[in-house]
Design a protein around this ligand. Sequence first.
Ligand SMILES: Cc1cc2nc3c(=O)[nH]c(=O)nc-3n(C[C@H](O)[C@H](O)[C@H](O)COP(=O)(O)OP(=O)(O)OC[C@H]3O[C@@H](n4cnc5c(N)ncnc54)[C@H](O)[C@@H]3O)c2cc1C
Length: 379
Amino acid sequence: MAYIISEDAKELLKDAKEFCQNEIVEQAKQYDITGEWPREIYEKAIEMQLHMMDIPEEYGGLGLSHIDQAAIVEQIAWADAGVAVTLNGNGLALKPVLVAGNEEQKQKCCDIIANGGWGAFALTEPDAGCDAANGKTTAVREGDEYVLNGRKCFITNASVADFFVVTAMTNRTIGTHGMSAFLVYKGTPGLSVGRHENKMGVRCSTTSDLVLDNVRIPVENRLGEEGTGFATAMKTLDLARTWCAVIGVGLAQRCIDEAAAYSKQRVQFGKPICRHQSIEFKLADMEIRTEASRQLCAHAITLADMGMPFSKESAAAKCFSGDSVVQTALDAVQILGGYGYSREYPVEKLLRDAKIFQIFEGTNEIQRMVVGRAVIGKL
Ligand SMILES: Cc1cc2nc3c(=O)[nH]c(=O)nc-3n(C[C@H](O)[C@H](O)[C@H](O)COP(=O)(O)OP(=O)(O)OC[C@H]3O[C@@H](n4cnc5c(N)ncnc54)[C@H](O)[C@@H]3O)c2cc1C
């Protein structure tokens, strides 16, 4: 069962499926080996307007509902999770602007993406991962400017981005209320991309450090009021986590499809291995988990679309989908036996890609904290 989507989205989904089959599935294998950023894939994605999905209709976007978008994102993730992560990186950068920015900032960033540019969201620092409020990057106001200093790490799309949403402490003595968010554009003196991560998986996405060395930006580049940066980042992550969960579902679906196809043609003990009950049950569990993940995503997305609170639901979807996709990828490797462990077959890559879904956009330990606190709050 997939998401129930509009007629307009069905057309785009059909085109996206073709694009995925013809332009991503095979090509991504090679990029997975080289670790090169697959610019040609993204140029084609942009030609197909897939980069426009995150832009609201009033700023020139496609006007798809989040459920429509989920079906397309899942399809892209089915073909390659790293490609989905990259495209999603634009949405991640745009969300804080849409949450806290003024009209001018929103239109400018939407235009950058609409014109084929890229955005990056820079929250994580070497000493502030899960403990995101403990950032050391500072923004000191000097007249009509802020001066930013610090280092961000693990930033998706940093090496290709045209705009960055950077969190920095404007007052380190008042905890989370001392964090602010800023727009920093590529080419600003003092802004540079640091070392690139050589990652285990999602290798069609690029992840790098971002260095801020006396970066001067006008006060107009602040997103919202001073001190609202942490709240903006948390609202951003509420939305972003749901997309992370959706990408995990697409990847899990690919694991099921690869494992099921293999199990029908691999014969052992005189019959296809899918006729051995332990394999059939493994496939059943993979399907049950993935469909449950999809429905958790649909629920969180529906609440978001209705303007209702959805922090707990998006954390639950992200956590369940992340744990599920790792188990489902492990099961796929198991079903392929020794061939599953070989780079000749696709599932070892799927397993490497899957692991990140328990880590980024808030680790699954952090998601359990969000859900747990929501539950305890009800007592
Ligand atoms: C490929 C990739 C892309 C990324 N993209 C971005 C991006 O675009 N922008 C961005 O800002 N960041 C990004 N990140 C960073 C990512 O969000 C962080 O890696 C993540 O939040 C975890 O932080 P950490 O790696 O410092 O782990 P740590 O915070 O050091 O955590 C290490 C371990 O301790 C656990 N832990 C920590 N605190 C607690 C606690 N209180 N209770 C229980 N367990 C705890 C964690 O769950 C984890 O298992 C990316 C990371 C990767 C790998």
